[in-house]
Design a protein. Structure first.
Ligand code: ADP
Ligand code: MG
Length: 486
C-alpha cells in the first residue's frame, strides 16, 4: 500500500491538511531548492500581514524580503539542503509595523522518494513570549519592591507566592517559604497563618487592623488583610494575605492627635486664662488694700497672706497654660530633684493630713543635680502628688522615691499611691486634655505634665491596677538637650 493511497483513504481531502497547517500556532514555510516559497501557512501570512498569494513563489531573500536570518541566508539554506537541521534566531519583516523576533527550526524537505526537494522552516513568534517574560519580570520586581508583605497559598494551603518584604517581616528567605504548608509555620507567622487559612476555608475576606510582632528585636505594629482568590468560575483557587508595618503611621497619628488636642487645649486655655486673669488681678488689688486695714499680728493678716499666696499660685498656673499656646522661653536651672520634691511634699502636707495620707520619702542621695525648667518641673510633681492624694479619699500611703539610672544617665522619680487605681481601659486616655474622672477635676494636670516632661526629653510611664493604687514614673535624662539649650 503506497503512502498516497493511505493518505487519501485517511483524510477526506487535502483541505483537511491545509486546515491543520493553517491553524498551527507557528509559521510554516517550505522553500524549494532554489529558495522560492512553495508553501506558506496562514499563520505565517498573518504574522507578515501580507496575503498568501503575494508570498507564495516569492523568495524570503528577495528585494521585499520578509525573513532575515541572523547568519547568511543562502549558507543556511544550503546546509539544510545537505541534510542539516538548523535552529537559530531570526526576525520577520512584516509589511507593516516593527520587525518580529522569531526562533526558527529548519530541516530538509524530502519527497516520497527520499530526495531533498527543499527546506521546511518552522517559525515561532518570540514577541508574545518576550512580552510575557518581560511582564513577569516586571510583576516580580514590583511585588518584591513594595513595602507590603504579600503571601499566597493554593487551595490546600501550600505557599505559592511570597515577596521579599513578607519574608523579611517573618525572618525567612522567600525561597525557603515557597511550597511549604502554611499552617505548619503558625509559630513563626502569628495571626497571618490562621487568618489566611480561614479566608481559604470560608471564602470570606478577613482583616486584622492591628497586631504586634517583633521585628529586629523591636515590637512593631502590623495590619493584616486576607482575601480568597477565585478562578473564572468563581471557585476558590487559593488565598492571599497582605501585611503592612503601620508602626510609623500609628506613631504619626498619635503625634498629630496629641498635637491637635494640645492646640485646641492651648487655644481654649489662652482664652480662658485671659478672662480669669483680669478678675484675679482686681481681687489681688483689693486683698492688698484690705491688708492695710489689719494690724500685722492680727489673724486676718495671716488669712489674707494665704489668700495672696493662693492667688499667686492660680496666676502661675494660668501663666503656664498660656505658655502652651505661645512659644516657650524656659528658664533652665541646675536643680536637686530631691530638694524640689521635698518642697512639693511640704506644700501638700495639710491636704495629706486631712485625707489621712501618710507621706513617705524614699530619696536616693545618688541622684545627681540636673538642668531643668524649675517652675514647670515643680508643676509636674505637684500635679502627680495631688492626683495621688486625690486617689486616696479614705487614706493611704503616698511614696515618692528617687533613683539615679546610670545606664540611661537619667533620674527616675516614682510617685506611688495605694488609692483607687486606674482601670486598664482608661490608661490610654491619661494625658488627653479634659480627661477626668473626678467631680471637680479639669483633666488638664496630666496633659500639662506630659507636655513638660516631653519638653525635657523625658517620659512618664504609668502602672496601675484598678483598686490597687497607681505608680507614675517620671524619667528625666540628665543630659537632655532641652530646646533652650540648643
Ligand atoms: P484631674 O486631676 O483634674 O482629674 P489630671 O489630668 O490630673 O486631671 O488626671 C486625669 C485623671 O487621671 C484623673 O481624673 C484620674 O481619673 C486619673 N488619675 C490620675 N492620677 C491618678 C492616680 N494616682 N490614681 C488614680 N487615678 C489617677
Ligand atoms: Mg490632677
Amino acid at each position: 500500500m503506497s503512502d498516497s493511497v493511505s493518505l487519501e483513504s485517511l483524510y477526506e481531502d487535502r483541505q483537511t491538511l491545509y486546515d491543520v497547517l493553517d491553524n498551527l500556532p507557528l509559521g510554516v514555510v517550505a522553500l524549494s531548492t532554489s529558495g522560492k516559497a512553495i508553501f506558506i501557512n496562514q499563520t505565517m501570512a498573518d504574522m507578515l500581514k501580507l496575503p498568501l498569494k503575494k508570498l507564495v513563489r516569492s523568495s524570503p531573500a528577495d528585494q521585499d524580503h520578509w525573513l532575515r536570518f541572523e547568519s547568511d541566508h543562502r549558507q543556511m539554506l544550503d546546509a539544510c539542503l545537505r541534510g542539516e537541521r538548523i535552529a537559530c534566531r531570526a526576525y520577520l519583516l512584516p509589511a507593516k509595523g516593527e520587525r518580529i523576533p522569531v526562533r526558527i527550526h529548519a530541516f530538509p524537505l524530502c519527497n516520497k522518494h527520499g530526495d531533498t526537494a527543499g527546506v521546511v522552516i518552522l517559525i515561532h513568534n518570540l514577541q508574545e513570549q518576550n512580552v510575557l517574560e518581560q511582564s513577569q519580570r516586571e510583576y516580580r520586581y514590583i511585588v518584591d519592591s513594595i513595602n507590603t508583605g504579600i503571601i499566597s497559598v493554593d487551595p490546600r494551603g501550600y505557599i505559592t507566592t511570597c515577596n521579599k518584604t513578607f519574608s523579611e517581616y517573618f525572618g525567612a528567605k522567600s525561597c525557603e517559604l515557597m511550597g511549604k504548608y502554611f499552617p505548619d509555620l503558625r509559630a513563626q507567622m502569628g495571626p497571618a497563618s490562621s487568618l489566611l487559612m480561614q479566608a481559604l476555608q470560608t471564602g470570606q475576606s478577613i482583616s486584622l487592623p492591628e497586631f504586634y510582632h517583633e521585628l529586629n528585636g523591636q515590637e512593631r505594629i502590623f495590619s493584616l488583610e486576607c482575601m480568597p482568590l477565585r478562578d473564572e468560575s468563581g471557585g476558590i483557587s487559593g488565598a492571599f494575605a497582605m501585611v503592612r508595618d503601620i508602626s510609623t503611621q500609628r506613631l504619626m497619628e498619635a503625634k498629630v492627635n496629641r498635637a491637635m488636642q494640645l492646640n485646641i487645649a492651648g487655644e481654649l486655655g489662652a482664652g480662658i486664662a485671659h478672662e480669669i486673669r483680669n478678675p484675679l488681678t482686681s481681687i489681688r488689688g483689693f486683698i492688698q488694700l484690705l491688708k492695710g486695714r489689719f494690724t500685722n499680728t492680727s489673724p486676718e493678716q495671716e488669712y489674707l497672706e494665704i489668700m495672696l499666696g493662693e492667688l499667686d499660685r492660680a496666676n502661675n498656673i494660668i501663666k503656664k497654660f498660656l505658655l502652651l499656646s505661645k512659644p516657650q522661653n524656659p528658664k533652665l536651672q541646675l536643680q536637686d530633684l530631691n530638694y524640689i520634691l521635698d518642697d512639693m511634699l511640704k506644700l501638700v502636707e495639710g491636704e495629706a493630713l486631712i485625707a489621712e495620707v501618710e507621706l513617705i520619702r524614699r530619696f536616693s542621695p545618688e541622684v545627681p543635680l540636673m538642668v531643668v525648667e524649675t517652675e514647670s518641673i515643680k508643676q509636674v510633681f505637684l500635679n502627680l502628688i495631688q492626683n495621688a492624694i486625690q486617689a486616696m479619699p479614705s487614706g493611704g500611703k503616698l511614696t515618692v522615691a528617687t533613683e539615679f539610672l546610670p545606664v540611661n544617665n537619667a533620674n527616675l522619680v516614682k510617685i506611688s499611691d495605694t488609692g483607687v487605681g486606674i482601670p486598664s481601659s482608661l490608661l490610654a486616655k491619661l494625658g488627653n486634655p479634659f480627661f477626668t474622672t473626678r467631680k471637680n477635676g479639669t483633666g488638664l494636670g496630666l496633659m500639662l505634665s506630659y507636655r513638660i516632661v516631653e519638653n525635657h526629653n523625658g517620659k512618664i510611664e504609668v502602672e496601675s491596677t484598678a483598686g490597687a493604687g497607681a505608680t507614675f514614673s517620671v524619667t528625666l535624662p540628665i543630659s537632655a538637650s532641652h530646646p533652650a539649650l540648643d
